[in-house]
Each structure stands twice: as structure tokens, then as C-alpha cells.
Design a protein around this ligand. Sequence first.
Ligand code: NI
Length: 183
Amino acid sequence: MKDRTNNWSQDSYIAAYRFAAEKHIGQKVPDTEWSYLAHLSMVSMEVMAALNYENNMDGDLAVQAAILHDTIEDTDTTYDEILSEFGKSVADGVLALTKDKTMEKQEQMQDSLKRIKLQPKEIWLVKMADRITNLQPPPSYWNQDKKKKYMKEAQLILDELRSGSEFLANRLEEKVLNYQVHI
Ligand code: NI
């Protein structure tokens, strides 16, 4: 089912988790009272599940990028901090997963996807895992337009990153289909 190159180490996981726990202190999963760590745990879980099926992946890179994927975007963490703590592949991956807020909102995802596609497949996994995790029943205050846009954006992620992991692409496709009941 998989080769040993997919392995990740518990210590790599713990190091990234401790860093993220400190950085995301006080932050909640939107529309819930849950600690933001719930989001990071689910995204890394999706990535770890995919690593059981995909070959020739760097498990530590995939798992650490998953846990750290929102640090630059949502906290005061800098690229250089991640570089010195976790190395260049993780820092480059997290940066690609970070939206450029200086751009027009509707262009931010396309731009991030373009940068993700220049990264190794481990980073593609994280983006798919993030959207799989986020395709939950939408908050009650979202209007139809917002929900439609969110689903369209998920379809874009799927179209662009499908070849990164058949396992996660199938799962994201199913989540997109299921999301239609909310619209
Ligand atoms: Ni996220």
C-alpha cells in the first residue's frame, strides 16, 4: 500500500504542534468555541490518511506544513521564524499556502494555487486537506452567494490540485458534491 519514504516522525509532529499551539493561542475555529488547534488537527489527520496511499512523499514535510499552514496568514509568525525552526521546504510550503492579502480578494486563491503548484506534492496535499476540513455545513449567517462562491472555490482547488493525490482528490470531490445540499 505504501513505501517507507512516506513516514513521518512523532517528534516532528510534536515540534510543529507545540509551535502552532503557542502561535494560535486564543484563536477559535470560526463560528465555534473550539480552539483553532481542532482545525490544525483535522487538516494534519487528512494528510496522514493520504500518506497511507500516496507513494514517495516526505511525511515530515507534509505533516509539518499541515500543522503550520495558517501560521503566517493568521498569526504574527514570519517566514524566517519557520525557516529557522523547521527548514526551507516547510517555510516555502507554508508561504505558498498563505494568501497575499495585498491582492484583490477574488484573486488571492488563484494566486496561492499558482504558488502551491510550484511546490512539491506534499504542499498540494495540505491545501486539499484544508478545504476538505473546511467543507462543513456553512455558518448560519452565510448567504447563498457566499456559499456558492465557497463551493466554486473548492471546485477550483480540486481542478488545480487533483493530480497531487488521487486519494484526497476523491475525498474533496465527494465533499464538494455533498456541500450542494446547503445551497
Ligand atoms: Ni486552514
